[in-house]
Design a protein around this ligand. Structure first.
Ligand SMILES: [Zn+2]
Length: 241
């Protein structure tokens, strides 16, 4: 919870801080950079990012702080995190940002209420994404993504503006999506919230794969899901049983 508060505060109190390399970063920015690293490491520990897949970012001022391209997470220091401006540029004294920086930036553009993005190639979410199977309301926890399903966004080549457009459209209506022939993305008001949702998406994906393997899943009705969504609103994530 402290992390959530911190992310929200830094996002509010550093409105113009998108210039300058890490050498000029203040203490608060260094803390935010470390939080991105901690989330990437946790994503890895949770088994959500096979190989060196996946990337993490946090909103910072009008831009974002994102994991660099091609470095193992356990080798990253705060100075390696890349500050990318709202217009998609960065100080070239920094490392290169993750090749997926475009859809991270488009996620922040699409959702002013969100401050963190976690992108994974987690196993079962990716299996469903490769079969072009969105996750319907086979289990009430699907509502954790903010609606009655976890949708599938169309395929486009990694790193492209086209893919960023697809992801932004999907995230405009949900807090998590599967990405066709690629993986999954989850957003949140804070890094811990985005990571928790990414983990939940993988759990749901694994359950759904297993349900599909034994037969036709029984899908909850719109009315039943409306009730769940209402309860999630009233009680918050912590009250989910
Ligand atoms: Zn990816």
């Amino acid at each position: 919870m402290a992390q959530r508060d911190k992310t929200a505060r830094t996002a509010r109190t550093k409105p113009g801080s998108t210039s300058g390399a890490s050498a000029r970063a203040g203490a608060e920015e260094m803390e935010a950079r470390q939080a991105v690293i901690d989330t990437a490491l946790a994503m890895s520990r949770l088994g959500l990012s096979p190989g060196r897949s996946g990337n993490v970012s946090a909103r910072w001022g009008t831009g974002m702080l994102i994991t660099p391209s091609g470095l193992a997470y356990d080798a990253i220091t705060p100075a390696d995190i890349v500050l990318v401006s709202q217009d998609g540029t960065w100080d070239t004294s920094q490392r290169l940002p993750s090749s997926e920086w475009r859809f991270h930036l488009s996620a922040y553009e699409a959702r002013a209420d969100m401050n963190a993005v976690v992108h994974t190639h987690s196993l079962h979410a990716t299996v469903l994404a490769c079969a072009h199977q969105p996750i319907p309301a086979f289990h009430y926890m699907v509502a954790a993504a903010g609606g009655t399903d976890i949708p599938l966004t169309p395929y486009a080549t990694f790193g492209t503006a086209e893919l960023a457009g697809h992801v932004a459209a999907g995230l405009a209506r949900r807090n998590a999506c599967l990405m066709a022939n690629h993986g999954a993305i989850a957003i949140g008001p804070s890094l811990p919230a985005a990571l928790a949702l990414a983990a939940e998406v993988e759990v749901l994906a694994e359950q759904y794969c297993k349900v599909l393997a034994i037969g036709a899943p029984k899908i909850l009705s719109e009315t039943e899901m409306a009730e769940v969504l209402e309860r999630f609103k009233s009680y918050g994530q912590k009250a989910q049983g």
